[in-house]
Write a protein of this length. Structure first.
Length: 330
C-alpha cells in the first residue's frame, strides 16, 4: 500500500448470511464455508504464473471437478449437442428440443479464470443455454493457457463469431459471457468492430472479468466475503497475458472504446469479488452511448447461488426476457 494512502481499518467481524435472501441461498453461502467460517475455496492457492507444470496439474483437477459436477445435470437436459471444429477451437453446437425463438443463436463463452472450464463443462453449458433460451447455442471451447496463452482464446472466440455470422444474420445473434467469458466477449467485439464485422443483437455479461488489473474497489471490499471466488486472480491473469500489458483493452476491455457495442445486460451480486468490474463496465457502456441494464442481486457471490434458488431462477427469467427482446429488435 502507498504510504500516503489513508485506508479504512476494519475490526474483526463476522458476516452472517443475511435474512434478506432466500433460505436456499443462505444454505449455499453456509455450505461454502469451513467449520471456522472461512471460504473453502480460499484454501486452494493458484500456482505462480511461471509454474506451468503446476498449472497443468491444477487445470486437470479443476476441469475433472467441473465435469463431475455437471454429470447429473447433463442427464436432465433436453438439447442435443454435437461438437464441430472451427479453426483451432472446438465448438459445442446445442440444439433445443423445441426452438421457441425462431432461427436465433446464442454464442456462449464459458468462465474459468481464462484457464479452466473447457471440455465437458463447456459442452453441458451449451446444452443448458439452449434449453434456457429455446434457441441454438454455440459453446466455444476456446484454447487456454498454459499451453495456449493470449491471444489464442481471443482468436478462437472471434473465429467462432465469424462462423456464427455465416449461419445466422447478426440481428439473430446474442453473445453471452460468464466471468472470464465476459472478458473474451467484450474484447472480441471490440476487435470485430474494428475489423468491420457487424455487431450482434445483444450482449449478456454475467459478472464479467473485464479488468485483469483488478483495480476495482470490490477486490478489497469483497475479498474473502465472496465465498465462491474469495481471492483475486492475478496469477491466472499473468499466466494468460504472458507478458502483455494487463491494461491493454484486448486484455482488460473495460479500458477500451466501447462505442457501438450492442445492448447489454450485466449481472453481479453484492458479495461478488467482481462487483466493481460489473458496475464500472455498466457505467463505461452508458458513457459510450450503449443501452445497458444492470442487475445486482442481494448477497450473491460470483457465479450466483449454484442454480435452483429463487434468486437464480429470477436471474434466468431476466436473461430470457432480455435475449428475446434483443432478437425481436425491441
Amino acid at each position: 500500500m502507498d504510504e500516503q494512502t489513508v485506508a479504512v481499518r476494519l475490526p474483526a467481524r463476522v458476516l452472517p448470511a443475511p435474512r434478506s435472501i432466500s433460505a436456499e441461498a443462505r444454505a449455499v453461502l453456509d455450505r461454502l464455508l469451513d467449520s471456522e467460517g472461512m471460504p473453502i475455496n480460499a484454501k486452494n492457492p493458484m500456482p505462480d504464473p511461471e509454474d506451468h507444470d503446476g498449472w497443468l496439474r491444477i487445470k486437470k483437477t479443476v476441469d475433472a471437478h467441473y465435469a463431475a459436477s455437471m454429470k447429473d445435470l447433463a442427464g436432465t437436459l433436453r438439447a442435443s449437442v454435437q461438437t464441430i471444429q472451427v479453426g483451432a477451437a472446438a465448438v459445442h453446437l446445442a440444439t433445443p428440443e423445441a426452438a421457441t425463438v425462431g432461427e436465433g443463436a446464442y454464442l456462449d463463452l464459458h468462465g474459468g479464470a481464462l484457464v479452466f472450464g473447457g471440455g465437458e463443462a463447456c459442452r453441458v453449458g451449451a446444452q443448458m443455454q439452449a434449453d434456457l433460451h429455446g434457441l441454438r447455442c454455440y459453446g466455444v471451447d476456446y484454447r487456454t493457457p498454459p499451453e495456449h496463452p493470449y491471444p489464442a482464446g481471443l482468436d478462437d472466440t472471434l473465429a467462432a463469431y465469424v462462423h456464427v455470422l455465416e449461419q445466422h444474420g447478426p440481428s439473430g445473434v446474442v453473445i453471452g459471457g460468464r466471468s472470464a467469458g465476459g472478458n473474451l466477449a467484450v474484447a472480441m467485439l471490440l476487435r470485430a468492430r474494428d475489423e468491420g464485422l457487424p455487431m450482434p443483437a445483444g450482449l449478456v455479461l454475467l459478472s464479467p472479468e473485464v479488468d485483469l488489473t483488478e483495480s476495482g474497489d470490490s477486490f478489497e471490499v469483497n475479498r474473502l466475503v465472496d465465498v465462491m471466488l474469495p481471492l483475486p486472480l492475478r496469477s491466472a491473469n499473468l499466466l494468460y497475458a504472458q507478458g502483455a500489458d494487463l491494461s491493454n483493452p484486448t486484455l482488460s476491455p473495460l479500458f477500451g472504446d466501447l462505442t457501438g457495442l450492442p445492448p447489454t445486460l450485466l449481472q453481479s451480486g453484492t458479495r461478488d469479488l467482481f462487483l466493481s468490474n460489473t458496475v464500472r463496465m455498466h457505467r463505461a457502456l452508458r458513457k459510450a452511448g450503449v443501452a445497458a441494464e444492470l442487475h445486482v442481486f442481494e448477497a450473491m457471490p460470483h457465479g450466483g447461488f449454484m442454480g435452483g434458488t429463487p434468486e437464480d431462477l429470477e436471474l434466468n427469467r431476466e436473461l430470457v426476457r432480455f435475449v428475446r427482446a434483443c432478437l425481436r429488435g425491441d
